[in-house]
Design a binder for this molecule. Structure first.
Ligand code: TXA
Ligand code: MG
Length: 324
């Protein structure tokens, strides 16, 4: 694999923009982030404006390495230190007590702050050259599908974001695992590539507030990661039934499945995303974006296995399917 790196000129332009209070989109190993100087409240405010995101939704502060933690946090628990040491740099975000100096624009007014050390070489280059923390949510409009390449960021923001750093794609493709370390025991808040078992191998007490298999009232599901076309998750049996119904009615259908279509199906945009959870996750948002352009009345997604390795994918599919 080619390791993406920024030229000195792009790096300097990005760092200068951050110092000037501008936003810069940059790749991480999970998804693209829309970054601003985390210690500049006006710059951080600009992220919320661009995304159309409520200011009560806190952002993640990205830092270059673990030694910067004390600048942002206080009262670190041994569990937090163990998790950070084990998984950073990498796709893990820790929610920690914030240092008094951290501005409340980043934290959405909370007494806690989310921190992550990304491993993507371009993110690392940028953070090391900038020196400070970069506040960054995923680089998409509020509630929409996260971006995993430069073209996706352009689709979301056009010329509103002047600098979009190219990182040759995101290896993981889904947002980081989030663990809160502020309560009695660490709690998994958002599933990601680092699984509950991997977390528990380091800190056995980690609990999960995320149960992707538990039925929930639709109102409790925040609509998120959503395409414009309605998306439905269905069993393989229902998928085939719905395709037959759809063909009788006419009109286009879009399908995301783990297998090839049985035969050529006119009017159906079909993506076979395969049966490996890591590859499925890496391509998920690009696949949803492609199917969203198929002028279909609905995107039908074949349900994925109820296994730990699929937990993050299941979580994102449920949210993409939620109607509110
Ligand atoms: O992989 C990722 O985490 C990507 C890349 C760019 O790092 N970022 C990302 O950011 O997904 P965003 O803003 O789309 O999602 C961050 C999540 C939000 O759900 C937010 O509520 C939660 O982190 N969060 C941030 N600060 C928090 C805090 N203090 N307490 C609880 N949750 C927090
Ligand atoms: Mg997001």
């Amino acid at each position: 694999m080619v390791i993406p790196r920024l030229s000195q000129a792009s790096l300097q332009a990005a760092v200068a923009a951050l110092h000037a209070g501008e936003v810069v989109a940059f790749p991480t190993e999970t998804v693209y982030g829309l970054g601003a100087d985390a210690s500049n409240p006006a710059a951080v405010q600009r992220i919320y404006q661009l995304k159309g995101r409520p200011t009560s939704h806190p952002l993640i502060v990205h830092v270059g390495d673990i030694t910067q933690l004390p600048q942002w946090t206080r009262d670190l628990s041994p569990a937090a230190i163990h998790l950070a040491t084990a998984f950073w740099p990498g796709p893990l975000t820790l929610v920690l007590r914030r240092d008094a100096a951290v501005n409340t624009v980043v934290t959405g007014g909370q007494d806690t702050v989310a921190v992550r050390v990304p491993s993507h070489p371009v993110a690392q280059q940028l953070l090391k050259a900038f020196g400070g923390g970069i506040a960054a949510p995923s680089a998409n409009r509020f509630g929409h599908v996260s971006p995993t390449c430069v073209e996706h960021v352009r689709e979301e923001f056009g010329d509103d974001v002047a600098i979009v750093l190219d990182g040759a794609g995101c290896e993981i493709g889904l947002e980081s695992t989030i663990v809160s370390c502020v309560g009695e025991v660490p709690q998994l808040l958002r599933p990601g590539a680092i699984t509950l078992s991997q977390l528990r191998a380091v800190v056995p007490e980690v609990t999960s507030v995320v149960d992707p298999n538990a039925p929930r009232a639709p109102g409790m599901l925040a609509r998120h990661y959503s395409p414009h076309t309605p998306l439905k998750v269905v069993t393989r049996g229902d998928l085939e039934m719905l395709i037959n119904q759809g063909r009788q009615r006419g009109g286009n259908l879009a399908v995301l499945a783990t297998y090839l279509p049985p035969n050529t199906l006119e009017g159906i945009a079909w993506i076979n995303a395969g049966t490996r959870p890591d590859a499925y996750a890496r391509n998920l948002y690009a696949n949803i974006r492609t199917l969203d352009k198929a002028r279909a009345s609905v995107i039908l997604v074949e349900d994925v296995p109820h296994e730990e390795g699929w937990m993050a994918v299941r979580d994102r599919l449920r949210r993409a399917a939620a109607s509110e």
